[in-house]
Design a binder for this molecule. Structure first.
Ligand SMILES: Nc1ncnc2c1ncn2[C@@H]1O[C@H](COP(=O)(O)OP(=O)(O)OP(=O)(O)O)[C@@H](O)[C@H]1O
Length: 274
């Protein structure tokens, strides 16, 4: 999809306002500690997309046709396929920018025996972080600190909430390896790889249940690409990540599940052709 037509949406998505209660922030802070205690948790969750079709309002053609796949938590999925096949359209549905014409996008919890242990819950857009192609094009602030905190509550929020957000900011910045960089620096002066780190940090302030990346390596030189791959390898240890990319060789070592999107919006599971 042409990036210009999405610019407004993407700007607001890069900086979606945080609507967090202190309880939700605390829950998120706890979430980040889950991997260390992973062995004591029973069962697992899966993001499950079932029979999702999408036809833009006022058109006659389905861009997605009965797309079905599932991605277990803390795994790395990659969707590849020809330009114009519908990959970005699918990411827009997963992140709640558009709504499926039919089908469901849910989180299903399974017990240790592999059986569902409760009814599937609809995936809430609030729990999805998305980094669009070329996210640096939508940076709006003059400093890294302002860029990350754009859209945060300024006045009416409690001190407790602001303290939690500040902690989250610090954690996100450390997580993506931006901690050696002054938060007063102009985001536009960062190198390509560091701009991508910043775009990721914005999404990681509120730890997403699902992190989606559209072409994370596009437009970067070889060094920055290697840098972003290394960062994704690091994030994969704690997050569920879904990537759309044409850069199959560079990402292959990270991939747990892969699918090919075919023209007409048909998705099928397929090993990477590398
Ligand atoms: N709102 C819309 N109305 C009609 N057609 C659309 C709309 N949005 C996207 N399309 C068309 O849907 C198809 C799928 O587009 P999409 O951007 O999802 O493909 P893609 O696989 O992500 O491509 P690329 O790899 O080039 O990013 C394209 O043919 C595009 O022109």
């Amino acid at each position: 999809m042409a990036t210009s037509s999405l610019s407004t949406v993407q700007s607001s998505i890069n900086h979606k306002p945080l609507q967090l209660s202190p309880q939700r922030v605390s829950a998120k802070l706890n979430l980040i500690r889950i991997p260390q205690n992973h062995s004591i948790h029973c069962g697992y969750s899966c993001f499950e997309v079932k029979d999702v079709s999408y036809r833009p309002p006022g058109t006659e053609l389905n861009l997605l046709n009965k797309v079905t796949f599932s991605l277990p938590e803390r795994s790395f999925g990659l969707i590849f396929g020809q330009s114009g096949s519908g990959k970005t359209t699918l990411l827009q549905l997963l992140s709640g920018i558009s709504k499926p014409t039919s089908g469901s996008i849910c989180v299903q919890r399974y017990g240790n025996d592999g059986n569902p242990d409760k009814l599937p819950e609809q995936l809430s857009p609030e729990k999805v972080g998305i980094v669009f192609q070329f996210p640096e094009r939508y940076f709006v602030a003059d400093t890294i600190a302002d860029e990350v905190t754009f859209g945060w509550p300024r006045r009416k929020s409690s001190l407790q909430l602001r303290e939690h957000l500040a902690l989250n900011l610090q954690r996100a910045v450390n997580w993506v390896g931006l901690n050696g960089v002054s938060l007063d620096k102009d985001p536009h002066s960062l190198s390509g790889g560091y701009k991508r780190r910043l775009a990721l940090a914005i999404q990681l302030v509120e730890v997403p249940d699902l992190l989606i990346l559209d072409e994370p390596l596009a437009g970067l030189d070889w060094k920055a690409r290697a840098d972003v791959v290394k960062l994704l390898k690091h994030l994969k240890k704690e997050l569920t990540v879904l990537v759309v990319s044409h850069d199959l060789k560079e990402l292959a070592a990270l991939v747990d599940h892969s699918w090919r999107m075919e023209i007409g919006g048909f998705l099928r599971e397929e090993l990477l052709p590398v």
